[in-house]
Ligand binder design. Structure first.
Ligand SMILES: Nc1nc2c(ncn2[C@@H]2O[C@H](COP(=O)(O)OP(=O)(O)OP(=O)(O)O)[C@@H](O)[C@H]2O)c(=O)[nH]1
Ligand SMILES: [Mg+2]
Length: 384
């Protein structure tokens, strides 16, 4: 109330004063009503702006789906995203990786011991028969972690076996059975991993192998843009779950293990792994659901392909290959061509990269290019 009104009301007669009081009440009610209306309008503006912000961020959210056969490197790529975008692994995660690595080593050696026997390869040192039996008897109760002290028990036997030419010969014939590619790396690093206070290094984490079951999502904010990366299991039994994550996808990164042209599937031990990979790609790339989704092919495991090309001719497994089977560029070109041929609509070029998912610098570089392709596409969609 202004000072003038206050002075005036003090000078007024009683009847006038009563009228003035009721007028003043009315004015105050009006003011309250106005205030309430202003508040309501402000709240509504706030809600509108929050809604439109959310709508914008949902449209801006970049959803990347990682697809590909089992062991193609999807989860490894995600580990790199965590490393590159600062979501490192805590102590609990490190202990889980340690457990996975202990299992990778023991199970890997069991596969080698069993394969040596089945392939009829003699021991170099017959003493290793005992070591082999000791490792074969390893039994891990489901869900229990392998303690470093337990693992240490196995280290001398594992070391002796890994030095036996019989086991090494079986390893050389690993395309005839199922052995994870990381087993060699871990056995070569056995002394370090066998220390009681061992904790996995970044490289160890990247090579640790655990098949994905179900759907795993990771959120990252990269240069203020929210990214959601969805990792799925690639083995046959896992693929029926894929369709659950097909909604609202911005981009699909399709991973291929390029070095597997001389290997067969773990699931049926018959189908060529590269053929399986091409077939999965065919169903994804020609799916109408993804007609507006950028699909980027990652020809992964380049480090292993470089080695494989020197040793194994792709022509033996893919008779239509033309060129020099021991020349990396020829094999790379052939692989791109095989995947490209699976696309019914080839009006746009096939985006592809040759990658090594265990190499952080390589993935940092490749992801920079991929991100630009994806964001460009996302921007175009928002502008529509
Ligand atoms: N040498 C090498 N190993 C790789 C590369 N990419 C992945 N690996 C290894 O290959 C194995 C399988 O990789 P994952 O990332 O688990 O494969 P995935 O596609 O997630 O497999 P699923 O979960 O079964 O679908 C792991 O031991 C990785 O360390 C690579 O470029 N080079
Ligand atoms: Mg996985």
């Amino acid at each position: 109330m202004s000072g003038v009104v206050r002075t005036l009301s003090r000078c007024l007669l009683p009847a006038e004063a009563t009228r003035e009081r009721s007028d003043s009440k009315e004015r105050s009610r009006d003011r309250d009503a106005h205030q309430q209306e202003r508040d309501a309008r402000r709240r509504s503006r706030e809600i509108d702006s929050r809604l439109s912000q959310e709508r914008r961020s949902i449209r801006r959210l970049v959803r990347i789906l990682l697809l590909g056969a089992g062991e193609s490197g999807k989860s490894t790529f995600l580990k790199q995203m965590r490393i590159i975008h600062g979501k490192e692994f805590n102590q609990k995660a490190l202990l889980e990786f340690r457990d996975t690595i202990f299992e990778n080593i023991i199970k890997g050696m069991r596969v080698l011991v069993d394969a040596r026997e089945k392939l009829g390869i003699p021991w170099q040192n017959t003493e290793n028969e005992k070591h082999g039996m000791f490792v074969m008897a390893f039994e891990n109760k489901a869900g229990l972690t392998v303690e470093p002290s337990t693992f240490q028990h196995y280290v001398p036997a594992l070391r002796a076996l890994w030095q036996d030419s019989g086991i090494l010969e079986a390893y050389g014939r690993r395309n005839e059975f199922q052995l994870g590619e990381s087993v060699k790396y871990f056995l070569d690093n056995l002394d370090r991993i066998g220390e009681l206070n061992y904790l996995p290094s970044r490289q160890d984490i990247l090579l640790a192998r655990k098949a994905t079951k179900g759907i795993v999502e990771h959120d990252f904010v990269i240069k203020k843009i929210p990214f959601k990366m969805v990792d799925v299991g690639g083995q046959r039994s896992q693929r029926q779950k894929w369709f659950q994550c097909f909604d609202g996808i911005t981009s699909i990164l399709f991973m291929v293990s390029s070095s597997e042209y001389d290997q067969v599937l773990m699931e049926d031990r018959r189908t060529n792994r590269l053929v399986e990979s091409m077939n999965i790609f065919e169903t994804i790339v020609n799916n109408k659901l993804f007609s507006n989704v950028s699909i980027i092919l990652f020809l992964n495991k380049m480090d292993l392909l470089v080695q494989k090309v020197k040793e194994v001719s792709i022509k033996k497994h893919f008779a239509d290959f033309q060129g020099d089977p021991h020349k990396l560029e020829d094999v790379q070109a052939y692989l791109v061509q095989c995947f490209n041929k699976k696309r019914r609509n080839r009006s746009k070029p096939l985006f592809h990269h040759f990658t090594t998912a265990i190499d952080t610098e390589n993935i940092r570089f490749v992801f920079l290019a991929v991100k630009n392709t994806i964001l460009q596409k996302n921007l175009e969609d928002i502008m529509l």
